[in-house]
Design a protein around this ligand. Structure first.
Ligand code: NAP
Length: 281
């Protein structure tokens, strides 16, 4: 039997690399992408994975990639940017870029593969979201919004494709130890009034990520979704996801916000107290 073809975006490192590895181990033909496959270190290349260039969000690059791959049975939209900054200070152009890479690009890539999947009456699309979309945290507004938008597209369109054997799923990882902290884009004005709180949240994020679960565990969840006869709409993995989602069900939105922020050492009341007496900026 011809093996199914899986296209994994952002396969040069982290979750994408582990997913490409696991799918290849399980007998899929795997095509992994990178903006510059030539720069992937020899040690990071996985035998049996073909690498193609892809700039997510660039329509020409996405079309050229799909022509080179041929029929796609499984699409794992994993490539993404992690961004942070106070909402007042993230440049509009940075937010636009984030939404291109994290939302519009993955959605367009999905649109391009769906007609053939529908005609073949089989397809699996997995969007790699983030648990932060379910547990929003201060200074991550653009990233949280991008991952929530990705989940929105996926969960709403899911019912359209269901009758055709094509399943759309979001996998929301919690804190995963991939080294993403070093690649996160940060925006903070020189004299930002948010500096102290921002630095505290960033330290908590970095600490949580360095103590996070390995990317192989996320890959296992992604492959579980791919290989399930009836994949769920949403999977979450890492950051004690089952407990977190159980608690979320009994909390108000305010409660969820307080919990998520407290886990990142952010306490608005403390910021208020500290700011009393400080000159307004
Ligand atoms: N690590 C976490 O704690 C965590 C938690 C929740 C969600 N996630 C999500 O999981 C996904 C993977 O994250 P990761 O931690 O594995 O990060 P990573 O190791 O930095 O991997 C990101 C991948 O995306 C690719 N990429 C980045 N920008 C791209 C662009 N404009 N066009 C095409 N490819 C691009 C990179 O490839 P090249 O640089 O080779 O092009 C790289 O392979 C992301 O969507 C992230 O938001 C991660």
């Amino acid at each position: 039997m011809t093996p199914r073809t899986a296209l994994v975006t952002g396969a040069s490192s982290g979750i994408g690399r582990s997913t490409a590895q696991l799918l290849a181990d399980r007998g899929y033909r795997v095509v992994g992408t990178s903006r510059d496959p030539g720069k992937i270190a020899a040690g990071d290349r996985i035998p049996n994975v073909e690498y193609l260039p892809l700039e997510v969000g660039d329509p020409d690059s996405m079309r050229a990639c799909l022509v080179a791959v041929g029929k796609v049975d499984v699409l794992v939209n994993n490539a993404g940017e992690s961004q942070c900054g106070p909402i007042e200070e993230i440049p509009a152009a940075a937010i636009e870029r984030l939404f291109t890479v994290n939302v519009l690009g993955p959605v367009q890539l999905m649109q391009l593969v769906l007609p053939e999947m529908r005609a073949n009456r089989f397809g699996r699309v997995v969007m790699v979201g983030s648990m932060l979309a379910s547990f929003p945290v201060a200074f991550r507004s653009s990233y949280v919004a991008s991952k929530a938008a990705l989940r929105g597209f996926t969960s709403a369109a899911r019912a359209e494709l269901q009758p055709y054997g094509v399943s759309l799923t979001t996998v929301e990882p919690g804190s995963i130890n991939t080294g993403l902290s070093q690649r996160r884009t940060k925006y903070l004005a020189q004299s930002s009034p948010y500096r102290s709180a921002f630095d505290t949240v960033l330290s908590a994020l970095d600490r949580r990520e360095s103590r996070g679960i390995p990317p192989e565990k996320v890959a296992a969840t992604i492959v579980r979704a791919v290989e399930s006869d009836r994949p769920r709409s949403l999977y979450a993995v890492g950051s004690r996801a089952p407990l977190a989602f159980a608690v979320r069900r009994v909390l108000t939105d305010g409660g969820v916000s307080r919990l998520a922020n407290a886990q990142h050492d952010y306490h608005p009341r403390r910021v208020l107290r500290a700011s009393r007496g400080a000159a307004p900026s």
